[in-house]
Design a protein around this ligand. Structure first.
Ligand SMILES: C[S@@+](CC[C@H](N)C(=O)[O-])C[C@H]1O[C@@H](n2cnc3c(N)ncnc32)[C@H](O)[C@@H]1O
Length: 309
């Protein structure tokens, strides 16, 4: 697997909340011109690499995603009990917000972010503060026992072989090193998903499979325990964490609708719904009761998972 690829073109950033420069949820989204990493094209997670290299909404609304996800990732950072001088791996680091937060906690230590998306890493490298490797965390040959801890905020649900992937991460940790990550619980426990999904169900099937690579692949706590144990981890803990999340971050219903339109939901509506305008209107109506002065606030349920190598 190659080390970090040459810098890729950093995508154009659009102002906060505008999503591809258009507030019209029906406007077609530009597709990424960035090809996926040469080193992962024939790898087990090539389809995910392709998806994440085209996930432009993540780089077009960096502030919105970070704002929305920060409160959910913080407990996993805290669970690492970071100390200056440590070396930490951020798995599926995306545009690098958590990588930077961890880097400042372990300075003068070191953080390495690994991700299959050159698109996301283009932003992460521009933001700086850490080393970034464009590679598949499932197969990349990390130096054995070279990290004190491994972390992820929603970057570990996309492996074709989760046991192999977590075993690879464990080998990268020193014996006794900590693993801490957050992943989504079931769709039904997550209002931010279930409410819009139910609203648009008349037009598209937005249900997500609970297994297989995808955002809800680790929704079953027993399965998570089994995967980590099979991967050789000890002291596995899976803790229920629920808190409100602002859809698309601080803002208003337009912010939330912009997030939705740019997300998997929006793509599905534009591509599959017989009446996309009606589907978006139904989603907006469903979000209205959740509007607060801070934004559209809905329950998020995650597993805070910790273990030792
Ligand atoms: C939901 S995003 C989360 C990004 C980031 N951790 C955050 O919270 O902002 C999932 C990330 O995992 C990355 N990813 C998916 N499969 C991966 C793999 N096999 N190895 C490394 N990264 C992967 C994606 O490219 C994407 O950046």
């Amino acid at each position: 697997m190659p080390r970090a690829q040459a810098e890729r073109a950093v995508p154009q950033k659009t102002p906060r909340g505008t999503h591809s420069g258009s507030s019209d949820p029906l406007a077609p989204r530009t597709r990424s011109a960035v090809a996926y990493a040469p080193g992962v094209t024939d790898a087990p997670n090539a389809a995910q690499a392709e998806y994440w290299n085209a996930a432009r909404h993540w780089v077009e609304d960096i502030a919105g995603h970070d704002d929305m996800l920060e409160p959910l990732g913080r407990p996993a950072i805290d669970a690492l009990s970071l100390e200056p001088g440590q070396r930490i791996l951020d798995i599926g680091c995306g545009t690098g917000a958590t990588t930077r937060a961890i880097a400042s906690a372990v300075a003068p230590g070191e953080v390495v972010g690994v991700d299959v998306s050159g698109l996301m890493l283009g932003v992460a490298r521009e933001r700086g503060g850490a080393e970034f490797i464009e590679a598949d965390a499932q197969t990349y040959a990390f130096d054995p026992a070279s990290f004190d801890g491994a972390f992820s905020r929603f970057g570990v649900m996309f492996f074709s072989d989760p046991v192999a992937a977590f075993a690879n991460v464990r080998r990268a940790l020193r014996p006794g090193g900590r693993l801490a990550f957050v992943c989504w619980q079931s769709t039904s426990s997550n209002e931010w998903w279930s409410v819009p999904a139910a609203a648009i169900a008349r037009w598209v099937d937005a249900s997500a499979p609970d297994e297989g690579p995808g955002p809800f692949a680790l929704a079953d706590a027993d399965r998570v325990r089994g995967i980590l144990t099979d991967a050789g981890f000890h002291d596995v803990s899976v803790r229920d964490e629920r808190r409100p999340v602002l859809l698309g971050g601080h803002g208003d219903i337009e912010t939330a609708m912009g997030y939705l339109a740019a997300s998997r939901f929006g793509k599905q509506i534009r591509e599959e719904a017989s009446d996309p305008r009606a589907a978006f209107a139904a989603a907006r109506e469903a979000l209205a009761p959740y509007v607060t002065p801070d934004g559209v606030s809905m329950t998020a349920a995650v597993w805070l998972v910790t273990a030792r190598a």
